[in-house]
Design a protein around this ligand. Structure first.
Ligand code: SF4
Length: 313
């Protein structure tokens, strides 16, 4: 059986009844679509810290003592308890997570724009949930996303690409040759995210200074996730498509050559969806007899094709 990435998730998004009101916030795409290709590891930081379900809702208040997490009616200050609980929860997480999906707006799980209440005036969306903040600090390279962003096809594709890259990277046995192989396969994915990052990673994987393997992997991981953190654009995807095509163009007839050139221009101008040009490139590459290197490129399918993430780009 094929192994799947393990992805952490705010438990309520899976339909588990752990919210303050005893309800959940099941997200259908996450559960029914993405759920077929990953293994979930659910967490509810508020239940873990012993608040129970149902429970009194909590929120952030800016007070004379600074930013506090308090229960809304009874005004119990839960800030320190939440911090300590988040720290031990993150420390006890499995080390093989490949990503984490967080519930937006929550003073525990929200990654950004969580409401902070003031004595006067309306609340401002300036906070970060205590658990989310701890997670981002302690798991520096773990791909994180709020579920709200997954409605946007660009964010969705970006997150899933990073999850599968994280998964593949962490499966590598610790040998420099494996890292070099990984780099070869991911070369045009990386180029679509950031060319400079791709080149830096090539130098690290080449290990010309003969550094210890653990050091090379650490440095590669740092630059890899900084590179993948940048979202591809039409321009940068076009660049990768062109480079990929460059490897097979000698095998392509003149009619197909012209057709590919026209379609690439249409994609660049925004007149053709990404899936159309990618499918055309895939079919040209499939016909190629010699080029195994290009056939193995993750750029052709960086995640399970059935997710259809590239259909809306
Ligand atoms: S948002 Fe986070 S803390 Fe709130 S119910 Fe969902 S998992 Fe629990």
């Amino acid at each position: 059986m094929k192994m799947k990435p393990i992805v952490g998730i705010s438990s309520c998004l899976l339909g588990n009844s752990v919210r303050y009101d005893g309800g959940h916030k099941k997200n259908n795409w996450i559960v029914s679509e993405l759920g077929s290709y990953v293994i979930w590891e659910p967490f509810c930081p508020e239940v873990t810290m012993g608040l129970g379900t149902p429970r009194e809702p909590i929120h952030f208040e800016e007070t004379s003592g600074g930013l506090r997490l308090v229960s809304i009616k009874t005004k119990i200050d839960l800030t320190e308890a939440a911090r300590l609980s988040a720290q031990s929860l993150v420390a006890s997480m499995p080390s093989n997570l490949s990503g984490f999906i967080l519930k937006k707006n929550s003073p525990s799980c929200g990654l950004e724009r969580v409401k902070i209440h003031y004595d006067k005036g309306p609340p401002r969306k300036e906070g970060i949930g205590i658990f989310a903040k701890t997670l981002a600090r302690e798991k520096k390279y773990l791909p994180l996303v709020e579920e709200g962003h997954l409605c946007n096809p660009l964010f969705r594709e970006h997150f899933v690409t990073r999850v599968f890259a994280h998964f593949h990277f962490h499966q590598l046995p610790a040998k420099v040759s494996n890292l070099q192989h990984f780099h070869q396969e991911y070369k045009y994915v990386l180029l679509a995210h950031n060319e400079l990052g791709m080149r830096k990673l090539g130098n690290i994987a080449a290990n010309l200074k003969g550094l210890p393997v653990a050091e090379i992997f650490q440095e590669y991981e740092r630059v890899l996730f900084a590179t993948l953190a940048q979202m591809p654009t039409k321009k940068s995807r076009t660049n990768s498509l062109q480079h990929m095509y460059g490897h097979i163009k000698k095998e392509v007839g003149s009619k197909e050559k012209n057709y590919f050139g026209e379609k690439l221009d249409e994609f660049r101008r925004g007149d053709l969806p990404y899936i159309a040009i990618l499918t055309l490139l895939r079919s040209l590459i499939n016909k190629s007899e010699k080029n195994q290197y290009i056939k193995n490129q993750k750029f052709l399918s960086p995640y399970p094709e059935k997710l259809k993430l590239d259909h809306l780009l």
